[in-house]
Write a protein that binds this ligand. Structure first.
Ligand SMILES: [Fe+2]
Length: 283
């Protein structure tokens, strides 16, 4: 038994250290089912209240290091227009953004969140819930387990993630707004489904679902295949999340353009490993 893990995750309710326990087997079946149908599964009160306080505090101590991005962006996380495409192509829809990250390389060595992300127990549990093996921790040193900060009036427009799978841990909820909305399974490897993406960007709500998360809840999410956004933060309290990510390719990192636009800088690894995606999807 991992002594620190039991102070972070509610292992009595969710014994992720023992994948053979009946409780976890049942939970894995439920999550896999939700992920297959809705691209998304939630586990309530996954993080213990004391650990949640620690995470909240470690982020608050470093709020001045958060990189805020305000550049308008398309759903594929690009800021640059491509005039060779037709005028109504979804890649030419740019939406305003006001969103920040405490990059993973800013985390203290003994950070609660970093510790949780680096445990084998969490990796194996998430892999089982997804039914995908192997998955890897993201090699991107800025983005792999960043804290997401949305201040009052903050907004994160419709987009697809660069990494295949993300966890979202709610750390602090805003007074109002900041609702996570998503369109399950809207694209897949080899099929961008631009027509359906375009409809959502133009305001069609038919495919849109909302997810309510409370502090301490864990969401498992297939962010590369699911168009998603966070609505505007209303009221005075910021929304804090942690977004640990997992990938299929242990070599891949963000493109230099994404890294600059979203995390505020480019490291040598982003340049060395800049190559096109093997799944054929845009990002
Ligand atoms: Fe995302």
């Amino acid at each position: 038994m991992n002594d620190r893990l039991k102070t972070i995750v509610d292992l009595e309710k969710y014994p992720i250290h023992n994948l053979n326990s009946q409780k976890i087997k049942d939970l894995i079946i439920r999550c896999k089912n939700e992920l297959d149908h809705n691209s998304c599964a939630t586990i309530p009160n996954f993080i213990l209240p004391e650990s949640l306080k620690t995470m909240n505090l470690e982020l608050k101590k470093q709020l001045d290091e958060v990189y805020m991005s305000t550049q308008s962006i398309n759903a594929y996380l690009y800021a640059k227009d491509d005039p060779t495409l037709s005028k109504d192509h979804p890649k030419r829809t740019f939406m305003s953004r006001y969103n920040g990250y405490l990059n993973s390389d800013c985390f203290k060595k003994d950070s609660e969140m970093k510790y949780l992300y680096e445990t084998e127990e969490l990796l194996k549990f998430i892999s089982a819930c997804l039914g995908v093996q192997p998955i890897f921790r993201w090699a991107d040193p800025l983005a792999c387990h960043a804290y997401n900060v949305m201040k009052p009036k903050g907004v994160l427009p419709w987009h697809f993630d660069s990494c295949e799978f993300t966890l979202s841990l709610m750390i602090q909820k805003p007074e109002k707004g900041g609702v996570f909305e998503y369109c399950p399974n809207i694209r897949e490897p080899g099929n961008e489904n631009f027509e359906e993406v375009k409809k959502v960007l133009n305001g069609d709500r038919k495919r849109v679902r909302q997810l309510v998360l409370e502090p301490g809840d864990l969401q498992i999410f297939k962010g590369r295949f699911t168009l998603h956004r966070v609505t505007k933060i209303e009221g005075q309290r910021s929304r804090y999340m942690c977004i640990p990510a997992y990938v299929l390719d242990p070599y891949r990192v963000n493109t230099p353009e994404h890294s600059k636009a979203i995390y505020g800088k480019v490291l040598p690894i982003h340049i060395e490993r800049n190559k096109s995606r093997s799944d054929g999807l845009a990002d």
